[in-house]
Design a protein around this ligand. Structure first.
Ligand code: 26V
Length: 814
């Protein structure tokens, strides 16, 4: 080993020893696992802080324009190994741990992951910060420091049980509290308008204050000189006790007020499927928006003196509509605190804001009850009202007399305030997250808006960071790739396609195959250790891992398993060319009944097929508990097949699809979201595509022509599979447990029958699955397909994504 490396290793060891001594009064010999983790993490943090401070200086000196990425969710996951890789010290730390005889894996597992997000939207925000830092663009992410992140899921008697996720219980090593930069957030009260020398001004009175205290975390991109900052806001009660008014009644009241104030950042809402007009959620969103905007204006004025130069120095991206109140909040600050006139303020606001849409599901488009909004945020309400008046006027000019259209497009109508409409009306750019999704926004969801401002709309396909989703989660594959093409693909995603010439190289493919086998073994160990279930790595691993939602169609896969069960049990001559382990991992929103029923169904089907004397030789079904970033890191590298089977037109992009592809899983999917672009990259020989197209689905919906019952009547296999839901075959206590699922497919409950076209695609899915199994038996051929998927995944790097945002929208300098 080179002399330099030896001294670096000694230095790291000394630092860890020093941290242990000073923080805990311990030595390398008697430190607990937790103390060891903390000491190591602190030593890594020191290295990041050096870069962080320098970056801050550079931003100030060069007066760089900065991005504010506003998001209600940042699903960062564990940070230790990722940070080591970014700082290029992973091998050094491994050597140190070896030297002191401490397991590196244990260290890694000691970290509690920050689960401050529900799914794709939150994880995307985390990938973006990593990529922005990697390409050295200056960004601050603003979010909420939820005390409880996404719930921990346990399965008890087949049912999902939610448990609180106490992630800060041991204190978070990565964050730094910045109490001196707190902001006051005002709720409720009344607004008085007054004429003063500077015209009509509004004064907000009798409000209730809550304080927002920031916690900053450096996010280290790969070999970056510009760590990103993630600033998470925590709610606190303004003053402690007011001793003068101290009497028993006030005391109780004060304690209550304190609880109320602090409840704002208490918990992440575990829903991403529908909007309940919840007061606390609205408070959270305003809390985030106001804290971020106050902080931004304060910082800008400190650097540049006034607010007029904001558009030159600042650009804001709002991640879905959750942080959209930042728009009227910045108006409020510019009007009421900075004394600007409406047009001047509006000019600034409309030039700095941009909006990303992440869903076309109507029930997830936020709209707040007008009265509730008005009483909680009276001043913000009056500003939105004024924006609505002006916007309605424009609409009237564009569509004279078309009242339906105008009220459909207004920001406020039918006693509701619609966040997406406000964003589109005000922002400079509105983007979808895949090509297909962008087109649906233009032609369906927001088509009337597209008519009046076509230039605003764009589509930028999502991406993932190849550091976490390859280097961290699949070290062996990373090493193999590096052996063939060097490791610059970790920095430059285009490099990955240099693997293509090796796709026919026997020894490359052998190693690729072996690595997949090892990763399957690693997963099997995990499943045995955590759930006490044995899975055989010789089986094909078919994985569907994502939030549980009807549109994602976990149900399609379940019905197909029942179909295979029927065939295997009814026809002794039928068998599968290769046995399959079907892995599911998914959290259901706690209030989403149907989603929870589907989890129960998966458990019941698992009990059925895993225990039947014949089917257990061919099928194994496992539901993995508590899907989160850390589980994804073990699961994804072990997949042979990636199930991406949403109803076409519904999945805005998907990012799990990209993670699986990068790790050499072949996609079995519909023409939905970014699957369409995966197909463009890999070609149809390297992907298994089936099912109705988005256009067909939209047509059937428009004409109301889809009749699942007719399909059912004409298809024996479908009948047999579906009847398993209600004929007592499934081992559950209540024989009617799955009646609702059955009925909603055939007859609809409160909604249309089979709203997500599960039965429509049932046969096509089954046929394509047969092809998958046949292909899998040709080992060489299969590994080639898998490797091509890895080689073609470069396009889906979030480095490419943020670079596109930058060229089209942000215009930041490196
Ligand atoms: C909606 C709501 C509504 C109610 C309250 C909380 C909440 C939280 C999130 C959402 C929107 C869900 C949007 C979302 O996560 N979309 C996913 O975004 C991914 C990143 O762009 C994309 O890959 C997925 O296809 C899309 O479903």
């Amino acid at each position: 080993m080179a002399k330099q490396a030896v001294s670096r290793i000694e230095q790291i060891k000394d630092t860890i020893e020093d941290k242990l001594k000073r923080e805990y009064g311990r030595t390398l010999k008697n430190a607990t696992d937790e103390e060891m983790f903390q000491a190591v993490a602190l030593s890594v943090r020191d290295m990041m802080l050096d870069k962080w401070v320098k970056a801050g200086q550079e931003i100030a000196d060069r007066q760089l324009k900065r991005l504010y990425y506003l998001s209600a969710e940042f699903l960062t996951g564990r940070a230790l190994v990722n940070n080591m890789i970014s700082l290029d010290v992973l091998d050094d730390y491994k050597a140190v741990m070896k030297k002191i005889g401490y397991s590196f894996d244990k260290l890694e597992e000691e970290e509690i992951e920050a689960g401050l997000g529900n799914g794709g939207l939150g994880r995307l925000a985390a990938c973006f910060l990593d990529s922005l830092s990697t390409i050295n663009l200056p960004v601050v992410g603003h979010g909420i420091r939820y005390e409880y992140g996404i719930f921990r899921q346990r399965i008890v008697n087949g049912e999902q049980v939610e448990e609180p996720d106490d992630w800060t219980i041991k204190g978070d090593v990565w964050e730094i509290e910045r109490r001196e930069e707190q902001a006051e957030i005002r709720f409720e009260g009344t607004v008085e308008e007054m004429w003063t020398d500077s015209g009509l001004t509004a004064v907000h009175k009798n409000y209730q204050s809550v304080f927002a205290v920031p916690y900053d975390m450096p996010i280290m991109g790969y070999k970056s000189r510009m760590p990103a900052t993630l600033r998470l806001w925590r709610a606190e009660c303004p003053a402690l006790f007011d001793l003068h008014s101290f009497n028993k009644g006030d005391y109780m009241c004060m304690i209550q007020q304190r609880e109320l104030a602090e409840s704002i950042s208490k918990v992440l809402y575990p829903e991403d499927d529908h909007v309940a007009g919840r007061l606390l959620r609205l408070k959270q969103y305003y809390f985030l928006a106001s804290a971020a905007m106050q902080c931004m204006v304060r910082d800008h004025k400190k650097r540049y003196g006034d607010v007029l130069s904001l558009p030159d120095k600042v650009v804001i991206q709002i991640n879905d509509t959750h942080p959209a109140l930042a728009i009227p909040e910045l108006m409020r600050i510019l009007l009421d605190e900075e004394g600007l006139g409406w047009d001047e303020a509006y000019g600034i606001v409309s030039s700095v804001f941009n909006y990303t849409n992440h869903t076309v599901m109507q029930e997830a488009l936020e709209a707040w009850p007008e009265q509730l909004f008005k009483s909680l945020l009276p001043r913000v309400y009056s500003i939105i009202s004024a924006m609505n008046d002006r916007f309605s006027h424009e609409l009237w000019q564009a569509f004279p007399g078309e009242w339906d259209k105008i009220s459909h497009m207004s920001i406020i109508a039918y006693d509701e305030i619609r966040m997406a409409n406000m964003c589109i009306a005000v922002c400079s750019a509105v983007n979808g997250v895949s090509q297909l999704h962008g087109n649906i926004l233009k032609t369906q969801t927001f088509r009337d808006f597209y008519v009046i401002s076509p230039g605003k709309f764009t589509a930028i396909t999502n991406g993932i960071t190849q550091r976490r989703w390859l280097a961290v989660c699949n070290p062996s594959l990373t090493e193999l790739i590096s052996d063939y093409i060097g490791d610059s693909f970790l920095f430059d995603y285009r490099e990955l396609e240099r693997l293509k010439p090796f796709i026919d190289n026997q020894s490359f493919l052998n190693s690729f195959h072996q690595i997949k086998a090892q990763n399957k073994e690693r997963l099997a160990e995990y499943v045995l250790k955590n759930q006490g279930v044995n899975i055989n790595p010789e089986f094909l691993f078919d994985v569907q891992a994502k939030r549980l939602h009807e549109y994602k169609r976990q149900l399609l896969k379940v019905l197909h398993i029942l179909h295979l069960y029927n065939r295997l049990t009814q026809d002794e001559t039928f068998s599968l060319p290769v046995p399959v382990t079907f892995l599911f991992a998914a959290k259901a929103s706690p209030g989403y009944r149907k989603a929870k029923d589907i989890i129960r169904l998966i458990g019941a089907v698992a009990d059925l097929v895993n225990n039947h004397p014949r089917t257990k030789n061919y099928l194994k079904v496992v539901f993995l508990e508590n899907y989160n970033v850390s589980l994804a890191e073990v699961l994804i590298p072990a997949a042979d097949i990636s199930e991406q089977i949403s109803t076409a037109g519904r999945e805005a992009s998907g990012t799990g699809n990209m993670k699986f592809m990068l790790n050499g899983a072949v996609t079995l999917g519909t023409m939905d979201g970014a699957n369409v672009e995966i197909l463009e990259q890999v070609g149809k020989e390297n992907m298994f595509i089936f099912g109705a197209l988005a256009k067909e689905i939209a047509n059937m919906e428009m004409r109301n022509s889809y009749q699942p019952k007719a399909l059912f009547d004409a298809n024996n296999d479908m009948q047999s599979a579906l009847s398993r839901l209600i004929d007592g075959t499934l081992p559950v206590n209540d024989p009617h447990r799955f009646d609702t699922i059955y009925n909603s497919l055939l007859y609809g409950d409160y909604d249309r029958a089979d709203k997500y076209f599960v039965l429509y695609d049932f046969e096509a899915y089954g046929n394509m699955f047969e092809t998958v199994l046949k292909t899998y038996t040709e080992k060489y051929n299969w590994t080639k397909k898998a490797a091509i998927n890895t080689a073609c995944a470069g396009f889906f790097s979030a480095d490419r994504t943020v670079d596109e945002y930058n060229k089209r929208i942000w215009r930041l300098m490196q």
